[in-house]
Design a protein around this ligand. Sequence first.
Ligand code: KIV
Length: 307
Amino acid sequence: MLPVGVTGVVGMHKPEGERVTTTSAEKITVIDFGEYKIRGELIAMVTAYDHPTARFADEAGVDAILVGDSIGNNVLGYASTLSVTMDEMAAHSHAVSGAVRRALVVADLPYMSYQPSTRDAILSAGRLMSEGGVDAVKLEGGGAMVSTIRALVGAGIPVMGHLGLTPQSAAALGGLRVQGRQAEAAARLAAEARELEDAGAFGIVLEAIPARVAELVTRSLRVPTIGIGAGVHCDGQVLVMHDMFGLADQTPRFARQYADLGAAFRTGFAAYRAEVKDRLFPAEEHSFKMKSEELDLLRGLLTGDRS
Ligand code: KIV
């Protein structure tokens, strides 16, 4: 049986034959993604928006890196993800994908880069693939996105879906709220997840839904679910790195902090400031020297200038 019910170039059929090229740390592909689910290995995904943090995440062995449109709130100082542009996503995708050797790199299609038409979606996703160098794109939404996903997959572009709390639709959802708490809404979400799978999505992010709903959805799909605020029964987890490392203005309840880089930054900046004021930085080892003959010559030249 095929791992997922997808057809077309990007569908996650097990490809025939050996890979033509191999590396010591083999690049994770959307095909591997499906196989994680089959063998029961959980998928660890994080966001990254720049070259150095993407390299650290990749070297730490995370399976997938998301260039999320959460870059809007976390890096670019926007009030929401709605202001993020295609130019910004393409530039940051390029920065991330250039740093990553092994992890699957997925980029978010920003607000209104794919909703207006299938043609917009293909052009936007194609740009993130070619200019941004990513391996796949992610888009938000259920029913209305089914034909878009089908078209993208048909164009050879791997697509990850995103259901539950979809921040690009926050206005329509009445804010950033937990979704699928009522049985009918949860059933709708489960049906949409199956539709996205049938359309060819290779994985689906489930954001801010009850853990038991995520569990039922996960069990009903052949493609992996990646949870954020969706409990422990998903096939993988994704966290926003600014939440993980104490860099966000506000951290959601469902995130866990793994280090306080915010505190490290504050301490470091304050120490630097104090050392500059006290002439303790730069020290001898940070300064460049000049031969004494050259210095004497220079003094002569400068004195001569004055006469
Ligand atoms: O943009 C983002 O960071 C996301 C995650 C919350 C999944 O879409």
